[in-house]
Design a protein around this ligand. Structure first.
Ligand code: AMP
Ligand code: ZN
Length: 460
C-alpha cells in the first residue's frame, strides 16, 4: 500500500511497525452537535483505510476518539469550549455533568450516522473525558523534561524548546494573528495550551482545576490504545497545521520516541457553496437532513467514493440525487445477477481483483477502484463469477450489496398498518413518530429504510 504521507510529503510505501498488523487513530467528532456531512467524509476515509488494509490481509486495530470536553472554539486557545457553547445554546447550566449528558446525545447520533453509512465501528471509541489521567501523565512528563510553562490561564507547551516543531508544515497559514491575539502571556504565538484552568468546569490536576487541551487529548487516547508509536493517523486537512503539529510535538517530547506516527493521512474538505462546510458558516447538512429530503445515507457514501480523498469535493443536492440513482441501478443489476446465478457460487475474477487491488494500493484511489467495479459490472463474465467479484470489491467499498434485499416476503396487515402510519408521520415531517414506529418494527424483527420517498422493509 502506498499512502501520501503529510510528514514526508510523498507517497510512501507503508511498512507497518509490526508486519501484517496496522494500527490507526482517527480524529473523531466533537460531540457538541450533530456531525455534518463534511465530518462524515473524514470518517468514511478512516473506514476506507481500515477496509482496504483488511482486504489486503492485514490485522487492523482502529481507534477513534470522541471529544466531549476541551475543544475550544478557536485554535488560539481562546474562547469557550465548544461543549460549553452547546450548553449555553441549549439553555443549560455549565457543569461537567450537563456537559457529559449533552455529549452522550450527540455521540449516540454520531454512532447512528456511522451505522447508516456502513462505517465499521472502530475497535476503540474512547471519550476524552474518561482519559484525563492519561493527559495529566503526559503533561507531567513534559514538565519534567522542561517543555512547559504556566500562565494565569493554563499550562502551555513551549514550542521554542522543540527544534523541529511544525513538521507537518502549514504553520504560517492559519495561526499567526489569531493565535497571538488576546493571550500576551504566551512566549511564542505557536505555543499551545496543555491544560486550561477553570474554576467551574473541570478536573483536579497538579496545576489546578481545569480541563485538558484538545491536542493533548488525542495524544492521551492515541498512546493509551496504540502505544508510544503507531502506524497511521488521520483527520481532515484543516487539522494538520495546528492540531496535528501540536500532537506530534507534545507526544515526541514527552516520550522521546520519534516518529510518534509513521504515516499522517489527511482528507481534503467537503465544500458547500464555495466554502468549507462547517456549522459556523451555516452549512449544517447532516445525515438526518438528507433523510428528510428522502435521500438515503448510502448514496452519500457512494458520492464520497467518487472523489479521491485528497481532492476537495463540492457538495450539491443534485449531485447526490444523481448518485443515489446510480446506486439503485447497481442494486438492480445485483438482483438480476443473483437470479441469473441461481444460487451457483462463482469465483472471483483474478484479473479484475488484481486491477482493483492496484487502485486501492495506489494511495486509496477509490474513483479508479470504482471504475474497475463498473468494468466488471458491464463485462460478459459469468453471472455467478461477476456477482462474487462485485461482492468481493464491496468489502472495501462498503455499499452493502451482498446484504441488500428487496422486500420479498408477505407483509401482514398489522405491519402494513404500521408502515402506513409511518408514511403519514414522515409526510407530516413528524420524525419522532416515524422513528418510534421504525423502532416498533425493529422490535418485531424488521428493518425499515427510506429510499426515493418509499419505505423499504426487510427482515432482520
Ligand atoms: P470536529 O468535530 O470539528 O473535531 O471534526 C471532526 C473531523 O471532521 C475532523 O477530522 C475534521 O478535520 C473533519 N472535518 C471538519 N469539517 C470538514 C469538512 N468540511 N470536510 C471534510 N472534513 C471535515
Ligand atoms: Zn485529534
Amino acid at each position: 500500500m502506498k499512502l501520501y504521507n503529510s510528514l514526508t510529503k510523498e507517497k510512501d510505501y507503508v511498512e507497518t511497525i509490526t508486519p501484517g498488523k496496522v494500527s490507526m487513530y482517527h480524529c473523531g467528532p466533537t460531540v457538541y452537535d450533530h456531525v455534518h456531512v463534511g465530518n462524515l467524509r473524514s470518517f468514511i476515509l478512516g473506514d476506507l483505510l481500515r477496509r482496504s488494509f483488511a482486504y489486503l490481509g492485514y490485522e487492523v486495530l482502529q481507534v477513534m476518539n470522541i471529544t466531549d470536553v476541551g475543544h475550544l472554539v478557536s485554535d488560539g486557545d481562546e474562547g469557550d469550549d465548544k461543549m460549553t457553547k452547546a450548553l449555553k445554546r441549549e439553555g443549560k447550566e455549565v457543569s461537567v455533568e450537563n456537559m457529559l449528558s449533552i455529549a452522550r446525545i450527540y455521540e449516540a447520533s454520531f454512532l447512528k450516522d456511522l451505522a447508516d453509512l456502513n462505517v465499521l465501528l472502530p475497535h476503540h471509541l474512547p471519550r476524552a473525558s474518561e482519559h484525563i489521567d492519561d493527559d495529566i501523565a503526559i503533561i507531567k512528563k513534559l514538565e519534567e523534561r522542561g517543555f512547559t510553562y504556566t500562565t494565569s490561564d493554563g499550562v502551555y507547551f513551549d514550542t521554542s524548546k522543540m527544534s523541529d516543531y511544525g513538521k507537518l508544515g502549514g504553520l504560517n497559514q492559519d495561526d499567526g494573528e489569531s493565535r497571538i491575539s488576546g493571550n500576551a502571556e504566551k512566549h511564542q504565538p505557536a505555543d499551545f495550551a496543555l491544560w486550561k484552568f477553570d474554576q467551574n468546569l473541570g478536573w483536579d490536576s497538579p496545576w489546578g482545576q481545569g480541563f485538558p487541551g484538545w491536542h493533548i487529548e488525542c495524544s492521551g487516547m492515541g498512546m493509551r490504545y496504540l502505544g508510544e508509536q503507531f502506524d497511521i493517523h488521520t483527520g481532515g486537512s484543516d487539522l494538520k497545521s495546528v492540531h496535528h503539529n501540536n500532537e506530534i510535538a507534545q507526544s515526541e517530547c514527552a516520550t522521546g520516541v520519534c516518529p510518534y506516527v509513521k504515516y499522517w493521512v489527511h482528507g481534503e474538505m467537503l465544500n458547500f457553496g464555495g466554502a468549507k462546510l462547517s456549522k459556523s458558516t451555516g452549512g449544517n447538512i447532516t445525515l438526518q437532513s438528507l433523510k428528510e429530503r428522502e435521500i438515503e445515507p448510502l448514496a452519500y457514501r457512494y458520492l464520497v467514493l467518487q472523489t479521491h480523498y485528497r481532492s476537495p469535493m463540492s457538495f450539491t443536492y443534485e449531485g447526490l440525487k444523481a448518485t443515489e440513482t446510480g446506486l439503485k441501478r447497481i442494486r438492480k443489476e445485483v438482483i438480476k445477477l443473483r437470479e441469473l446465478a441461481g444460487g451457483t457460487h462463482g469465483t472471483v475474477s483474478g484479473n479484475s481483483k488484481v486491477q482493483f487491488t492496484e487502485k486501492i494500493e495506489d494511495d486509496l484511489n477509490m474513483p479508479q477502484a470504482l471504475a474497475v467495479f463498473h468494468d466488471v459490472l458491464k463485462s460478459d463474465l459469468d453471472p455467478a463469477d461477476k456477482l462474487v467479484t462485485l461482492y468481493d470489491f464491496d468489502r472495501v467499498l462498503g455499499l452493502g450489496l451482498e446484504y441488500y434485499e428487496e422486500a420479498s416476503f408477505e407483509i401482514s396487515e398489522e405491519i402494513q398498518h404500521l408502515l402506513n402510519q409511518r408514511k403519514e408521520a414522515r409526510d407530516a415531517k413528524d420524525f419522532e413518530a416515524s422513528d418510534r414506529i421504525r423502532d416498533q418494527l425493529s422490535d418485531m424483527g424488521y428493518t425499515v429504510s427510506d429510499s426515493d420517498g418509499e419505505q423499504r422493509i426487510t427482515k432482520k
